[in-house]
Design a protein around this ligand. Structure first.
Ligand code: 7RM
Length: 652
């Protein structure tokens, strides 16, 4: 049976951006050879990367054991991740290279070389050992964005104790559930951290969590916020006191390639959080490979900055493990982009001469809202490459980023991946790929992705379900202690394929365009319309900074499109403006995509990692009570949206 596209492809974007000549000349990859080589023998290709980019104490004997959906990569190999991230650089004489330029929100700074980091990690690994942490024990980490966070992760990796980092913005309940699922023995936290000009407490919610987490034997507290905390005698210890007499000599534990490196919990929307499992050899190979080639890393001259939080997978893979494995120099910033002013990121880029910036579409749209005068105050000429991750990037936001941050000089790599994939899967190679704004372009060398219809039939053009058709080294090895849920969640919808939950379309040139979560696809008079395309059509209007679109039940059309729109700074809105935007969308993608109602709002409900929470907007649009709002970055936003939605005119 012929495959039928199942999501309509309405948005046409025909601008193209070939790699600038100057960039291509110095790029690590400047032609298609590596992709051809990977296609000819993908297992051999990954084996070669594993031996080139990673140091093994024992070489592996089997590249891949694949019993769908369970994979083992580089079987028989032994290695230590912290050795790969630290010791081997120091041994090669690169101990004086800066690993992290760290900047606290209040303006305090620390410069940490690879030698410094190596010493600190050795000491802290000995501290953990002295508290009884052994290979295989789980350690929970709940910290602000301070250097002790990567130190803690690397110390765990050194001992072979899997870590479970819980984002510092999560509640005590979220922390408790994650500690209990992993049965963590030790918790590493801080008194508090700096965010938006004040100190947010971490130890009090940690205390609350531990009260119902019996597995925790010891708590280590870094002094950062200088806020008052209670210390429980015998259980709680100050980091700086434990470190004072610790020896820096701690031999790295040789780990099996398939030993657990870490757990990272994804909340999902409703059910119990899933402990995503990442192991050692395959994970390190793919994060090192993608960090090197997607960001075209020149470690002697680049200053790389991934502006995510280390508590998310993006921070694990592209602030900690990828950059350190490659011996890169990175920036870490503790606070928010508007503290003390809306130009904070650009002042950091200027100060450290950042060459490579990796951030999220939600941040880029916020910068658009704030206006180009913020970056214009700073010299951003050191930048040579920009990256995007986390959501589909609307073409207009892409072009704004390229123009106002990149000065029209820097390729923009839109990188698609997930907590579950561990590393980047679909992305341009900046020295090779001709970019199209809004497209993540093609699977990376060694990766295979296909778009399929309801029945799992592949098609070459049009919109449907994004699937991955072969195992990859950094894939999740399962959900902690729940193999059935792993099989059911990711491998049951389409036989033999990993289904990521995202929609995508393939264009005439074979480019992939991500269309958002398939659960969000709207059905308007029988047309399956993606939220992403309507949002992109709205953001295409010169007055719009950000838009979120949902389908609400409608008697005549099945679902009606409701759009929540944030305008660029200083622009006033009224009913006529809404009408103008509706017409703009109709002209851009056709009448089926035209929103029935436009609700203007100053902000949108987002998760703490910056993804728009369309579920809440659907509740608002259908007049329901709001479901769970605990993961919202700013709960006040929905009340405001509610008020606005009750007074916005709707088309008859
Ligand atoms: C890295 C990360 C995963 C989900 C994924 C998508 C969305 C991420 C892009 C994207 C379009 C992108 N991990 N997503 N990157 N959508 N284009 N470049 O975000 O586990 O937190 O989220 O994020 O829906 O399935 S995550």
């Amino acid at each position: 049976m012929a495959a039928e596209p199942t999501i309509e492809a309405l948005y046409l974007e025909d601008r193209t951006f070939p790699p600038p000549e100057e960039f291509r000349r110095n790029a690590l990859i400047a032609d298609a050879k590596i992709s051809e080589e990977a296609e000819a023998d993908w297992e051999g290709f990954w084996a070669k990367q594993a031996r080139e980019l990673v140091s093994w104490s024992t070489d592996f004997d089997t590249v891949l054991e694949w019993k769908l959906p369970f994979a083992k990569w580089f079987v028989g190999g032994r290695l230590n991740v912290s050795y790969n991230c630290l010791d081997r650089h120091v041994e090669a004489g690169r101990g004086d290279r800066v690993a992290y330029h760290w900047e606290g929100e209040p303006g305090d700074t620390r410069t940490i070389t690879y030698a410094d980091l190596h010493t600190e990690v050795g000491k802290f690994a000995n501290v953990l050992k002295s508290l009884g942490v052994e290979k295989g024990d789980r350690v929970a980490i709940y910290m602000p964005m301070i250097p002790e966070l990567p130190v803690a992760m690397l110390a765990c990796a050194r001992l072979g104790a899997p870590h479970s980092v819980v984002f510092g913005g999560f509640s005590s309940d979220a922390l408790r559930d994650r500690i209990n699922d992993a049965e963590a023995k030790v918790l590493i936290t801080a008194d508090g951290g700096n965010r938006r000009g004040s100190v947010f407490p971490l130890k009090p919610p940690a205390d609350q969590a531990i009260a119902e987490a019996p597995s925790i034997e010891h708590v280590i507290v870094v002094a950062r916020g200088k806020n008052d905390v209670e210390m429980v005698e015998g259980r709680d210890h100050w980091y700086h006191e434990l470190m004072r007499d610790a020896s820096p000599d701690c031999p790295p534990e040789p780990m099996d390639s398939e030993d657990l490196l870490y757990l990272l919990y994804t909340s999902g929307t409703t059910a119990k959080p899933k402990g995503i499992m990442h192991t050692t050899g395959g994970y390190l190979t793919q994060v090192a490979f993608t960090h090197k080639y997607v960001f075209d890393l020149h470690p002697d001259t680049d200053v790389y900055w991934c502006a995510a939080d280390i508590g998310w997978v993006t921070g694990h893979s592209y602030i900690v493990y990828g950059p350190l494995a490659n011996g890169a120099t990175s920036v870490i910033y503790e606070g928010t982009p508007d503290t003390p002013n809306r130009d904070r990121l650009w002042s950091i880029v200027e100060k450290y001469r950042v060459t490579t910036l990796y951030t999220a579409p939600t941040a880029i749209r916020t910068f658009m809202k704030w206006g180009p005068q913020e970056p214009e105050q700073h010299d951003l000429s050191s930048l040579r490459l920009l990256g995007s991750v986390g959501e589909p990037i609307n073409p207009e936001a892409w072009v704004w980023y390229w123009q106002h941050i990149g000065g029209g000089r820097c390729p923009v790599v839109d990188t698609w991946w997930q907590t579950e994939t561990g590393a980047i899967m679909i992305s341009p190679l900046p020295g090779v790929t001709t970019l199209k704004p809004g497209s993540a372009t093609f699977p990376l060398p060694g990766i295979a992705a296909e778009v399929v219809d309801e029945q799992g039939n592949r098609f070459e053009k049009g919109g449907g379900y994004l699937t991955l058709t072969r195992p990859w080294p950094s894939m999740l090895r399962g959900i902690y202690r729940d193999p059935e849920r792993y099989q059911e969640t990711y491998w049951s919808r389409f036989a033999g394929r990993y289904f990521a939950g995202d929609g995508a379309k393939v264009d005439d040139d074979g480019y992939l365009w991500l269309l958002g979560r398939v659960d969000d696809v709207m059905n308007v008079s029988g047309h399956r319309v993606s939220t992403t395309e309507v949002e992109s059509a709205l953001v295409d209007h010169q007055t719009v900074a950000e838009a979120a679109v949902v389908g609400a039940k409608d008697e005549t059309t099945g679902q009606a499109i409701i759009a929540f729109v944030t305008l660029k700074g200083g622009i006033e809105h009224d009913a006529a403006h809404g009408e103008m935007l509706r017409e703009h969308v109709a002209a851009k993608i056709g009448r089926f995509g035209r929103p029935k109602t436009i609700i203007f709002t100053d902000d949108l409900p987002k998760t703490r990692s910056g993804k728009i929470m369309r579920r809440l907007l659907r509740d608002v649009a259908e007049g329901r009570d709001l479901g769970d709002t605990t993961t919202l970055a700013d709960p006040a936003v929905v009340d405001e949206i509610r008020r606005r939605s009750q007074t916005s005119p709707t088309e008859e």
